[in-house]
Design a protein around this ligand. Sequence first.
Ligand SMILES: *[C@@H]1O[C@H](CO)[C@@H](O)[C@H](O)[C@H]1NC(C)=O
Ligand SMILES: *[C@@H]1O[C@H](CO)[C@@H](O)[C@H](O)[C@H]1NC(C)=O
Ligand SMILES: *[C@@H]1O[C@H](CO)[C@@H](O)[C@H](O)[C@H]1NC(C)=O
Ligand SMILES: [Zn+2]
Length: 743
Amino acid sequence: MATFPEYIAQNEERDGVRFSWNVWPSSRLEATRMVVPVAALFTPLKERPDLPPIQYEPVLCSRATCRAVLNPLCQVDYRAKLWACNFCYQRNQFPPSYAGISEVNQPAELLPQFSTIEYVVQRGPQMPLVFLYVVDTCMEDEDLQALKESLQMSLSLLPPTALVGLITFGRMVQVHELGCEGISKSYVFRGTKDLNAKQLQEMLGLTKPSATQGRGPQTAQQPLSNRFLQPVQKIDMNLTDLLGELQRDPWPVTQGKRPLRSLGVAMSIAVGLLECTFPNTGARIMTFIGGPATQGPGMVVGDELKTPIRSWHDIEKDNAKFMKKATKHYESLANRASTNGHIIDIYACALDQTGLLEMKCCANYTGGYMVMADSFNTSLFKQTFQRVFTKDVQGSFKMAFAATLEVKTSREIKVSGAIGPCVSLNAKGPCVSENEIGTGGTCQWKICGLDPSTTLALYFEVVNQHNAPIPQGGRGAIQFVTQYQHSSGQRRIRVTTTARNWADAQTQIQSIAASFDQEAAAILMARLAVYRAETEEGPDVLRWLDRQLIRLVRGPGLKPGSGLRGSETDFMFHLRRSPFLQVFNNSPDESSYYRHQFNRQDLTQALIMIQPVLYAYSFNGPPEPVLLDSSSILPDRILLMDTFFQILIYHGETVAQWRKAGYQDMPEYENFKHLLQAPVDDAQELLHTRFPMPRYIDTEHGGSQVRAQRNTNNIHIDLRTDTLTCIFSLIYVLMFCQYIHFR
Ligand SMILES: *[C@@H]1O[C@H](CO)[C@@H](O)[C@H](O)[C@H]1NC(C)=O
Ligand SMILES: *[C@@H]1O[C@H](CO)[C@@H](O)[C@H](O)[C@H]1NC(C)=O
Ligand SMILES: *[C@@H]1O[C@H](CO)[C@@H](O)[C@H](O)[C@H]1NC(C)=O
Ligand SMILES: [Zn+2]
């Protein structure tokens, strides 16, 4: 019998699921006393290289309100060729193709090791992938040059049949026609007036697929394309040239003014173009911006440089003139894009804010990426962007498109809602709880863009009444059904079926307490707190979190003393002071950015964000984790700190002196050379795997002045002061700023 930690690890490995509780309290009343609800972190596309997809389609329960997928938990009568649904107890006939099954000849979906299984949908057309580049041209030559090179590089990473398009914008918006023979022709739009889909369709001469193809589904042989979206293989040379020739926006910018940047209309045209041509087909709108929108719908600041972009202070004073209107504009675009299954990515590279606060829902509702860097000529941007196109061993992109997630539950439990990069599909049904948490009132969500680390938090409600005991040995079951467009163009369905034991909290409290997954619970509560921070006033969220903390410390409805251990409450205190909840000293854009990342990353990454990890390297043995505390700083140590957003190496006083004296270059001090190298190697490994790429900071004790030097790869900071707290405050002033409380 595995211990709970082993059990939790195995389940995460196999199913991509971590529950807050792994034994569930068997009545609603007991469950509500537990503070932390029954909830799960679910990673729909968790990498499973050992799981080849099977080439047939799932067998569904015949009950119209259920439609659960046949799974290893179903009772099967091999003689009568019947199976009983473990969700609604309906008895179902196997389809004719299962005539040959028996105890010794079971289909894969009945084997316990296939609690997660992936099916390839055989019907329907192969979908093309569509990539639409939306490029700001109001930027310095250095940035534009670097961006152009990155875009050209990305073309070489796209599959030859992928369709690409290009929209550029400055004061005007240009939609580039890619089909014309040798002439670069574009349609020019004013940046001050929004266009609806119908107007755009007329102006660009687009035809709806249904109009050209008649009724009925699109045919596979005839991938739809138009002059604006062409297969890479046909136009990559010409598009490479076109990108190479892109110039800075030619409209003059007078002294003291910002360039006029029509971002809102450019994004609207991008959304409209795909809406008219490829509804419900996987597509990425990749937006590259070098500054804030300064005119037209979606503008977030005026063009007078002397009027700065809104701050938290302005927002609190209700003095952020453009915020509400801009947010509404981007929200409506985000809703349209998600309805059509299209992703919107935002790459914002500028020293000042660009309006991520207003635009965040574009990325969030559509599963898009949000990347924030100082410049396009940084490895943070370049490598992050390149990593978007990472491929698996079969040569397919790791990104997946136009997904839906459906949750099915057994009778004693219902789903309250989801928090993550998704939108509701408003699917009512017997599994839906009346008590909403996050995006609730539905058992289906749309996730336009998914990758192997995209993780949703799902909250459940035990509905079994106190006086309705669950039979001994009864198990509660949850099925996750994720349908998505694989980057090969196939539709696939991944099904994960999980079950957990019920226990009576009166008599079996120990087994419930032992099943508590503290890490999962902390992240699930943190997502809830961040959700509240997004939707409610700051102080209320902190008060709410404090109340939860007190209840957690006392023990979540369990016996006294069975509450979280010290380290986990520390963790909640870290969260309380983290940038995800605190907004002072982070700009509104930064808060939006951190929260966006926190809301989509998997458990391991999310833990690092809330509680940075610190490793010490010394001659006294292998690297070891140490406390995030100034006592960890010693002269003969090197520290490696990982905050998810930054990787920092700090050399203690003695180590710094030795390094300055060049001991690492002397053959007799080879072990010192290795000591210096070890954290660098470990940092490189983190830099290579993380998305988005973190900032790399190399610092040391001493130095005559504090200076921060930006260069392409990293930031060098020499510190005057000698405590670790100081490094932390520097980092936190840069981005985290833990030390100031809200109000
Ligand atoms: C980008 O930065 C690097 C390093 O600072 C510099 O050498 C290069 O010239 C820059 N690129 C452009 C296009 O200016
Ligand atoms: C690409 O450019 C070349 C040279 O300008 C031209 O001859 C060719 O027709 C163009 N191809 C397409 C598909 O536009
Ligand atoms: C993103 O949207 C989802 C669903 O609408 C929501 O649960 C989540 O809190 C939002 N996150 C952020 C950071 O805005
Ligand atoms: Zn059923």
